[in-house]
Design a protein around this ligand. Structure first.
Ligand code: GLN
Length: 446
């Protein structure tokens, strides 16, 4: 009830939520009370959670902020959400996003942008901008988002909260509306590292319903979280601090690294020679997979169907033309082109080869260090409208986050300072399945 009161009080200005249902939350809260009365040990019993609107929950709207799915009510529940429900968490609503999670500002939402709680003229980041803003504005203590190229970490940085992208396969993608299946991963937003660890504990683990989910046992992320790491080696990549990075962001990230040094960490220089190709690689791989994943929205299998048409061809054309927004269409065209005969070798196949080199760079770097520290974003939150007409500039705002998805490794974003009243994020990246280490390192900074 308190979460809904807060949503009613502030969400008229922030617009983090696309859909809320106070009655349903009240029923789930009553279930949680019974769990607690029955002696539940779950940290999350009774805790409100905001859920990005690209995660399916049986019977609830799931629009992906797209006209295409305006009337979609999935008949099943995403595994990550199911596990939160089983732990007694109480969903309070569905959060805004860039249409089908394509974007970095939540401006590509069919429902209009979410506003950054620190400055409503600015973007909360994206694509999980609604989830980040909901946590930052105190409307929910925890939220779920999805991260394909930075969509949890970048909005976490812009909104001054903690955001974690787990190792690819650590959290089941079952019930997450697919954008780019080899990159997509669900993860938590929270105000503290401990809360993020608690959500990960609940949602991680093998799921027979997702063939890419990992069967490795889930470690206990919470025990030892407060034990400082002895002999921690933090890697720094010189290129990360090159031109294009705002001075205040650079200073804050370097300041955080100095703090680790003062706590006993060793700081080592590492290189990621192919990192400079990560944005180009991502914008071939992600749109290619998207063009295939989004083929199902044809007005027959799924989605909006045009009212008037004279042939089957025209029905597809009109349904897709009316249902998708500009950015989604741009990605479908880019991906279809990159996969088409004659261009496949030159674009898609080349991108897959560079992706492998990017992965190998990380493997080599993690022989010299345990964690890499970097900025999350080149600047603090930009103004709404500032990059909206310049897709390439928008794509470049993901320059620090994208390679973790290409490599499949985990990364966390946590607040490390302010510039002119706006939060700055610190990113920590680790080798595959190093979440326990990553969370402990993040906790040391907190
Ligand atoms: N901003 C990136 C994109 O537009 C990443 C989005 C995401 O992680 N879902 O594709």
């Amino acid at each position: 009830a308190a979460a809904h009161a807060r949503i009613r009080a502030v969400d008229g200005r922030i617009k983090a939520f696309l859909h809320t249902d106070a009655d349903r939350s009240a029923a789930l809260a009553a279930d949680a009370d019974r769990l607690i009365a029955g002696g539940s040990q779950s940290d999350l019993a009774g805790v409100p959670v905001a859920i990005k609107d690209n995660l399916c929950v049986e019977g609830e709207p799931c629009t992906c902020a797209s006209r295409m799915l305006a009337n979609f009510r999935p008949p099943y529940t995403a595994t990550a959400v199911r596990r939160l429900l089983d732990a007694g968490a109480v969903p309070v609503g569905r959060t805004n996003l860039d249409e089908f999670a394509m974007g970095s500002s939540t401006e590509n939402s069919g429902a209009g942008p979410t506003r950054n709680p620190w400055d409503p003229a600015r973007a909360p980041g994206g694509s999980s901008g609604g989830s980040a803003a909901a946590v930052a504005a105190g409307m929910a203590p925890i939220a779920l988002g999805s991260d394909t190229g930075g969509s949890i970490r970048q909005p976490a940085a812009f909104c001054g909260v903690v955001g974690l992208k787990p190792t690819y396969g650590r959290v089941s993608r079952y019930g997450l509306v697919a954008f780019a299946s080899s990159l997509d991963q669900i993860g938590p937003f929270a105000r503290t590292v401990r809360d993020a660890a608690s959500v990960l504990q609940t949602i991680a683990g093998h799921d027979p319903l997702d063939s890419t989910s990992l069967s490795n046992p889930v470690p206990d992320y919470l025990t030892d979280l407060d034990e400082p790491l002895a002999g921690l080696r933090i890697g720094l990549v010189a290129d990360h601090f090159d031109v294009g990075l705002d001075k205040d962001v650079s200073d804050a990230v370097k300041g955080a690294v100095e703090l680790y040094r003062s706590l006993g960490a060793e700081v080592v220089d590492v290189t990621l020679p192919h990192n400079k190709y990560s944005v180009a690689t991502y914008y071939l791989v992600a749109p290619s997979e998207a063009s295939s994943n989004l083929a199902r929205y044809d007005g027959v299998h799924y989605g909006h169907r045009a009212a008037k048409f004279d042939s089957l061809e025209e029905m597809y054309e009109r349904s897709r033309g009316e249902g998708f927004g500009d950015e989604v269409k741009r990605r479908i065209m880019l991906g279809t082109y990159a996969l088409s005969s004659g261009y496949y070798d030159a674009f898609y196949l080349k991108a897959m080869k560079v992706r492998r080199l990017i992965q190998q760079d990380y493997v080599a770097a993690f022989e010299k260090c345990d964690v890499i520290a970097s900025p999350v974003t080149p600047t603090t939150a930009f103004a709404i409208g500032e990059l909206a007409d310049d897709p390439l500039a928008m794509y470049l705002s993901d320059v620090y986050t994208i390679s973790a998805n290409l490599a499949g490794i985990p990364a966390i974003s946590l607040p490390c300072g302010f510039s002119r009243g706006l939060p700055i994020g610190l990113q920590l990246l680790g080798p595959a399945l190093s979440e326990p280490n990553l969370l402990r390192t993040a906790r040391m900074y907190e």
